[in-house]
Write a protein that binds this ligand. Sequence first.
Ligand code: NOJ
Length: 473
Amino acid sequence: MTQEDARFPKDFVFGAATAAYQCEGETRTHGKGKVAWDDYLDEKGLFSADPASDFYHRYPEDLRLCQEYGINGIRVSIAWSRIFPNGDDPVPNSEGVAFYHRLFAECRSRGVEPYVTLHHFDSPDALYREGDFLNQHAIDAFERYARFCFAEYPEVTHWFTFNEIWAVVSNMYIEGTWPRGQRYRLDLAFQAMHNMMVAHARAVLAFEELGHPGSIGVVHALSTKYPDDPAAAGDVEAARIDDVLNNQFLLEATFDGRYSEETLDCANRLAALAGGRLEFLPEDLEQLAAAAPHNDCLGINYYQSNFLKAYDGPNDCHHNSTGEKGTERHALQGIGEYVARPEIPRTDWDWMIYPQGLYDLVMRICRQWPHYKELYVTENGMASKDRLEEGAVHDEERIHYIREHLRWALKAIAEGAHLRGYFVWSLMDVFSWNNGYNKRYGLFYVDFDTQERIPKDSARWYAKVAQERFLDT
Ligand code: NOJ
């Protein structure tokens, strides 16, 4: 990489990301309504999202740290049930509404641009109980909630509707590791992805209709799928089908506003194998089509890629939620199985570290949807069981991880990708859905007993990159 190629565009956003339920705390106070996670975590008795990183009270300190460390963008999400406690109440909860005004004002005063997501894994419990996005009511209520937020918060100019629709459905209906806990229901997974994309489309159209300034998009969790053996037809097919499930279906809904024949064939076949059938209403498809050209940007959450082998056994997944390396297993009937490659490192949670996958993904979007407008890497980061040693966290591995992903991002930019920014997951250590608190991603270490924030080595390194707009090698 030449000196010039190692330089970031002058308006590149060096961001960091958070999500309401993972950092705010105060999950059942100040008028906030329940979300499905509340009872689920109580029943499991493993961890609590209270006070998490106590962002509800400590956001001024976190934003001061952003400013000090050159972080000029922050991803936050609005907790839907802090605004509408039951998801669709006639009157919003004024305390919740006021909290986000204070938060956005603090962002502005610190020169940190807020990128705001409307739904980050936290559907209000009342809607969840009715079937969440498998029920039309959630789609209608989401549109009302989105309209309310657009009108209420003109100080926000960057909006995302959903965070990681794929993660929602795979954890709820395929792996069964989140509330709902259903397994191998690919029919429900595809149906929920479609319905959430319809809700996204309706929010995009509302944003357009209201004439709000600024941009709107969706954040997808994408992973590049490679055949383990590119010469083996079965492996190539396994990678193709898994790509449809994880990436292609959602990207077509986003950018084309329709599904191709190949994608529909695949989705219908997998739904039938799971014992169900998909229903895409004509009026919903019309909204998808109408909204597609109005997507201003796409957020990409990229953590890992997967290598696949052909597989004709039964469904067999085991999710590594404890950080015991080597315990993950992922094999789906009608698709294929993930294989570990000895030469490719993995995190303790068995996520394959493959920075080139980010580049391949970005370039594939540029090629396949040349009419896309802007891309952001809205999440990328490395989990580890960080330890505080004499007041410091020496997280060399995280620095290496981020540096390598930024290097491939720069290559994509040099080749013409409209990649406008990068957000480290996460700004500070936060609550992790399946893992509680031993899976840390933050640039800032959080002592969860005292809530003290301690900059890790990665925070200092990232500050230097952001300040110099240059990637050291
Ligand atoms: C993606 C999600 O958006 C975030 O909530 C999660 O904690 C990270 N990935 C790490 O798993």
